[in-house]
Ligand binder design. Structure first.
Ligand code: ZN
Length: 452
């Protein structure tokens, strides 16, 4: 069996791993590159080694675009095989891929209108219509249900990262390989802990937090401090937020804090039709996470839902302190940009970053202390106060991951190829695991081919 590392290697985005036996070819994850321009350029280049007409299936660990966002590109190129994944992942992808297509179209139009592109008529990578059509390829399975693609046996198991997220175990030619997918935490507010792995001949392991530990500060206390400080300053709290997972966690936490009267009754707006739809999916899949039906109900009833553009624009009239949760999480697009354009120059504004900020994104630049931020082609002065909550990450840190491996049935000397990390994180994870475990740990190279 051969594995080619076609993306999500030496970086965090663009996850794609081609698995090939004598008779069968599957692609594990089909993610979009995000962040640095030199990485995003790869979205436009032909995918090496993959002939879409000879690909038997795409297996999808979870719905985040850096794992799923390239599916419509393969559809555009003629791929008509199945995309096999968990039921909840399909529902989330229907929302995320359509939105991704929509944003690509909007970007292309914007660049065309303002003549910001080298190209006469900039084209979107794919359209919303193309993304919708690619959803017709999805087939769903449950966790721990074994199925076959050609001579490959496949099982998805709970990875605890977001709703529907899975580690994928594949078995063929007498060997077993594990793809960790994005691995959650043992103590996540919303998700259950990741399931330990079975015995394997090779593990591809994510390393997002390979060189950082999560903040152990109580996230409820931290959030209540940020809300109270912003309210006392008479300002607005802007929370750029991932529509999937993080928005729901924040809504739930704000509901808990309000109920306990630890924060004032400020208006809270969820200005993201996508996050609103996702919250409904979390409510319907109450069996797949920690919240009860009653907790889901209060999560969904804390914020005022803003769907239309008109309602979103009307928020500019608000003069008293309020909270706006809007996408996107790494400030790369979405409605948060409009609010930032208006509110970043105001020193009473607080921006709260709650998730991982990939290098090259606006979020990462703000973390580095950017005093001006480029939004829609214009430079905006940034006088806002920046707060960061590291404690809400949907990824285990290197100690969480090490403990997850220790709970698993893995044998001494098992090879681990590290993926899905920035270079420092990959090196950190390698050094930590070499020091504390007896696995044979290495960093996977981009476009490397590994034979098991
Ligand atoms: Zn993810």
């Amino acid at each position: 069996m051969k594995i080619a590392f076609l993306g999500g290697s030496e970086t965090v985005t663009g996850s794609k791993f081609l698995v090939e036996t004598n008779t069968t070819r599957v692609l594990v994850d089909c993610g979009l590159y995000q962040g640095y321009k030199w990485l995003r350029r790869r979205n436009w280049q032909p995918l090496l080694l993959v002939d879409v007409h000879k690909l038997d299936a795409i297996l999808l660990t979870h719905a985040h675009l850096d794992h799923s966002g390239y599916i419509p590109v393969l559809y555009k190129q003629g791929y008509r095989g199945p995309v096999i994944t968990h039921r909840a992942t399909k529902e989330l992808c229907a929302i995320l891929l359509a939105d991704s297509g929509h944003l690509q179209e909007e970007d292309a139009n914007f660049y065309s209108k303002h003549k910001l592109s080298k190209h006469e008529r900039p084209e979107p990578l794919y359209t919303r219509a193309m993304a919708d059509k690619s959803m017709g390829l999805f087939e769903t399975v449950e966790y721990d249900e074994c199925f076959s693609v050609g001579d490959i046996k496949v099982t998805l198991q709970n990875a605890g990262h977001i709703l529907g997220a899975a580690s994928i175990i594949i078995e063929a030619e007498g060997k077993k390989i594990g793809f960790s997918g994005d691995v959650g935490r043992p103590d996540d507010v919303l998700m259950r802990p990741p399931k330990p792995l079975p015995e394997l001949d090779l593990l591809l392991l994510e390393s997002t937090y390979g060189n950082r530990r999560h903040d152990k500060t109580d996230p409820f206390q931290q959030l209540s401090d940020v809300v109270n400080n912003t309210a006392n300053a008479g300002g607005t709290l802007l929370i750029p937020c991932f529509a999937v997972g993080r928005s729901q966690t924040l809504q739930y936490m704000l509901a808990v804090l309000l109920k306990a009267k630890r924060i004032p009754q400020l208006p809270i707006y969820l200005d993201s039709p996508m996050a609103i739809d996702v919250s409904d999916i979390y409510r319907r899949y109450a069996n797949e996470h920690r919240l009860t039906h009653a907790q889901c109900y209060s999560m969904c009833n804390t914020a005022i839902y803003i769907r239309s553009v008109e309602e979103s624009k009307a928020l500019t009239e608000m003069r008293s302190p309020h909270i706006i949760i809007a996408g996107s999480g790494m400030v790369t697009g979405g409605r948060i940009l409009h609010h930032m354009k208006r509110l970043l120059p105001d020193h009473r504004t607080t921006v709260l970053l709650t998730g991982y900020q990939a290098g090259g994104t606006r979020g990462a630049k703000m973390l580095e202390g950017a005093e001006v931020v480029k939004i829609h082609g214009k430079w905006v002065t940034n006088n806002a106060r920046l707060e960061v909550m590291h404690g809400l990450s949907g990824h285990g840190d290197y100690i969480d991951i090490e403990q997850w491996l220790q709970q698993s049935s893995l044998h001494k000397g098992m090879p681990i190829q590290l993926i899905h990390g920035d270079p420092d994180a990959l090196e950190g994870m390698r050094d930590h695991l070499r020091c504390t475990t007896n696995f044979d740990v290495d960093i996977a190279g981009y476009q490397q081919i590994y034979t098991v």
